[in-house]
Design a protein around this ligand. Sequence first.
Ligand code: HEM
Length: 292
Amino acid sequence: QSAKAAAGFTPKLEDYQKVYNTVAELLDEAGDYDDGSYGPVLVRLAWHASGTYDKETNTGGSNYATMRFAPESLHAANNGLAIARGVLEPVKQKYPWISYGDLWTLAGVAAIQEASGPKIPWRAGRIDGFEKDVTPDGRLPDATQGADHLRNIFYRMGFNDQEIVALSGAHALGRCHTDRSGFEGPWTFSPVTFSNQYFALLWNEKWQWRKWNGPKQLEDKKTKSLMMLPTDYVLVTDKSFKKWTKAYADDESVFFKDFSAAFSRLLELGVPTTQWVTQTPWELKTLAEQEE
Ligand code: HEM
């Protein structure tokens, strides 16, 4: 079923811009939740919905929005994402013609752009699948592991070392929760602003293993208020990864450009080209741009 058939009309860029705006407006309705924004958890939803892609079997990815179904919804890697799916449910009710895959990925785009991040080229066309399409557990990265594991996971999606580093920069946003992953704390001092601060901190600060009862994670020596996962820390210890970490720490515009390209591609993994509503991706406007 195409986007057109599902909608009963052919949705256009302006229709998706309305969905974007509705998502953008609810980001700040988070109140006491975390750092006052649903943005970070929505970025994580878009990523986990897409990062299940396997290029060998051409399965997984955002096309069928299979995280709606058990057991994928219950995979430990997806702990906490029911919150993100719940936040978007009223948006789905308001615009019933949009597929869940389009909604979740578009919400990730809105969250990045509204947090002062780069423009993320985005296309519509994902369709809703069924329970039979759920992906097996173990396709998303395990934060307790090292560089080999990161490569196994991301090469399987079709990414290279530079893209692994660029994508990891999303950890400028948000935080870890003991009741979701077991890890605790934010990576940066401003977890609701998209920036290259994650790389600057990784590169410039001294990191030490935190002494606590939880899983192995690092803390910054100076303030002990920030964290890095073992998989974050390999971005400054692995020879091939670290040159990109340095490049992104030095120049935010290079990071923005590379992140935008890699994240845009991540969100499209596994979607048959015939499904896209347009061949050229769109650029959605931020709320601020529309006020001008
Ligand atoms: C959060 C692991 C890559 C975006 C987290 C959390 C873990 C994690 C353990 C904490 C979850 C929680 O307790 O709430 C990893 C690992 C990666 C990776 C091992 C491998 C490189 C990515 C990528 C993106 C991303 C590629 C997006 C492009 C996020 C965001 C959060 C997050 C935005 C914060 C969520 C929130 O604040 O609720 N990640 N991640 N991560 N991750 Fe990743």
